[in-house]
Design a protein around this ligand. Sequence first.
Ligand code: TXA
Ligand code: MG
Length: 363
Amino acid sequence: MQTENGNKTKTRLFRVSEENFDAVLDEAAAIIRRGGTVAFPTETVYGLGADGLNPDAVRKIFEAKERPPGNPLSLLVHSREDLGKIAKNIPEKAFRLMDAFWPGPLTIVLEKNDIVPEITSGNLPSIGLRMPDHMIPLELIKRAGTPLAAPSANLSGKPSPSLASHVLADLTGRIDAVIDGGGAAIGLESTVVDMTVEPPVVLRPGAVGIGELERVIGKVRPAYGESEAGAGEAMPEKKAGQKYSHYAPDAQVVLVEGGIKKVSEKIDTLLENYRREGKKVGLLLSDETAGFFASERLSAHECFLLGSREGPEEAARRLFEGLRVLDAKGLDVILADGSFNPSGLGAALLNRLREAASVRHAV
Ligand code: TXA
Ligand code: MG
């Protein structure tokens, strides 16, 4: 589908260096102040920013991403200065979370003030706020003088972008500029916690785990079921953001979850079955799971290695890259390794794998 904005805008690419940082940030801020759209790195994933208090600017985000109207955007802020302007009835626990995790990968949902346009909040009475831990958006917000509405800078339904090249692949011709500031350090979107209810509800798992939240504010409830990684299935109606599907590559993603030995054996069997059916299969594996297969066997297929299962950091950073790389190969099926330890960042990783998957095997 071509949007009104589709492939008509000339998208500028800014590569930031120490020398041009000031000039680039000033230009990008001028685009935001004029009501334009700029994509930029954050520590989680690349965001697509526009003046979050300007409905016409925010509309451009929805058009460029082909994001379903009504899916709420969150706002990025550079300090707590404007909090009282944007949100009201802020509970004391929310300030404790800001003390503990800002700047960082935590989006805090609060009651919104009227200054936040309906289109930004998806007509909800609340708004998600985050202070990113990255110089580029912090400076951009400061220089533009407005909080930025900033969803992930991908086409709706594609994996979130962890590199500027992912943004360019999805949004060239649809947005005014992209700032290339290298790879996103975490690679998965922020944890989202709704502080308008008691106990607070975790709407999306991210790098800030349930345990870390509970150490600071006590009991929280995951909106997505018992396991910390969540079910990756339909969410309760109230959980606005979560009712829209994410991370859907064109190939069918088949996820195998469990201990490493059983997961490896199951992937082995599935690989053989799909091969016999004449399907073109790709593999998304941890280093350890890949080690289970003979190298000739692996080299017969497209294979993307996520890194070690031991620390989920590398796999988290590489996941969306892996989904994009494999999806570009015209595969029928992607067999994905779900043997990661399901807590903290590992839970967020499994959550995104589950959302990408259309078939799940637990072994
Ligand atoms: O790490 C991140 O959060 C990245 C970077 C760019 O900051 N942004 C991001 O934005 O992932 P987005 O729009 O792709 O995801 C924000 C999530 C969505 O699931 C959205 O529906 C939910 O937060 N959300 C935002 N405001 C909400 C609200 N008022 N109530 C419930 N959910 C909300
Ligand atoms: Mg997104």
